[in-house]
Design a binder for this molecule. Sequence first.
Ligand code: FE2
Length: 378
Amino acid sequence: MSSPHALELPKIFEEAQDFLPLNGTDHVELYCGNAKQSALYYQQAWGFQPVAYRGLETGSKDRVSYVLRQDKITLVLTSPLEEGGPINDHINRHGDGVKVVALWVDDAAHSWKETTSRGAKSYLEPTRSEDATGSVVCSGIHTYGDTVHLFVERSAYQGVFLPGYVRWDPEFRPKPVGLRYIDHMVGNVGWNEMDVWTEFYSKVMGFTQLVSFDDKDISTEYTALMSKVMTNGNGRIKFPINEPAEGRKKSQIEEYIEFYKGAGVQHIALATDNIIETVIELKKRGVDFLNIPDSYYDTVLDRVGAIDEDLAPLKELGILIDRDEEGYLLQLFTKPVVDRPTMFFEIIQRKGAQSFGKGNFKALFEAIEREQESRGTL
Ligand code: FE2
């Protein structure tokens, strides 16, 4: 690999400004056409546990939301209860997809002030809400596409999720599958927009660039993309940003942009401590993963060296392996989990490696292209 594209070691502690300290991801909210049924999917197939609910019964007249959690991952599924309005508009334009990437902060007013003063467009001015168990302050800014970041300050709150929600405690509780936290969340943006949005994360949110790939790293016969990974000061938040690059046929990024009608969250990477057990369970429950050709496994150990796991179950399950200077990682990708070929999930287990599976991109994209071919969108 030529040096301009080699892994750049993070200088996060030297470079990062701490005007926006982030404790982690607070939650991810999807706008979807039928939150009740989506909630059952995330329980049954993914092992998320019911946490909280708001809807007509709680006085929420215009929207219904289900909150589900698995270890540190909190999903909110929201559907509109009336015609018109921003949630319907979002679904009409994008299909089901991520609206809010909420970040957990100690001071939501400060976070809003620091980011808007650096050029972020306000989505929500700092707003306090409260119930009998305490108070929460939320604020928000716009990011790529129609996606927004909420800053959630909840240190003075003891309730189940946020004011307005009640405990959701159904008897039906399929077991968790071992998902632990959000490792990273990837945004797809349009042609020539990658640098606009990496600059946004660096200037407006004080993130630094961890690593970049270009079309020489990430290309197959047909498809190409460019990617830069942005991370916050303590490294807990990682946002890779992809943009399409010129290829012989339509890239998966272009396909996403075309069906999502613009920029948006492409995939959410969920970490597990035992990818083999997690993936066996997910498959048993109906989650569809990209198929990796058997030939991948003929040479993978020549590339990555010795690993702790037996190769046989990895091959059986289609789990990919990559290595960097610090260790290795295991990962695999679902097919899109919504009707349009847009959002999907990654399952990742890190064994030292801090990178994102660059060595797998080619095998992975070839698998995605086979799927695109079947959709007639290659
Ligand atoms: Fe990823």
